[in-house]
Design a protein around this ligand. Structure first.
Ligand SMILES: [Zn+2]
Length: 96
């Protein structure tokens, strides 16, 4: 039996930005497990980008009244992922 190789396997135990983005709606809906919630909040504490993303999602929910996954189109997700790649290229250069 072979274990699959995960291309985005993080080196640290912390979740990575892409995972955090995917967890935002569940987090705002209170759908995360306690462990996931703690990891999510721990990531936010050290990541201003995801904090900003969460703030934007909160603002969207205040406008629409609820979390609407239809509003978060694949294009939006791609745009955010592209942003994160830029941030990482700017901020993590040389840190391995
Ligand atoms: Zn992040």
């Amino acid at each position: 039996m072979r274990l699959p190789l995960l291309p985005l396997l993080p080196r640290r135990r912390d979740i990575v930005c892409q995972q955090a983005v995917e967890l935002v709606t569940d987090y705002l809906e209170g759908a995360l497990s306690r462990a996931d919630r703690r990891r999510f909040e721990a990531h936010l504490a050290g990541c201003p980008h995801c904090t900003e993303y969460l703030a934007q999602m909160r603002a969207t929910i205040e406008l629409t009244g609820r979390v609407t996954p239809e509003e978060l189109t694949p294009q939006m997700q791609d745009a955010f992922i592209a942003l994160y790649r830029q941030w990482r290229a700017d901020g993590d250069e040389g840190r391995g």
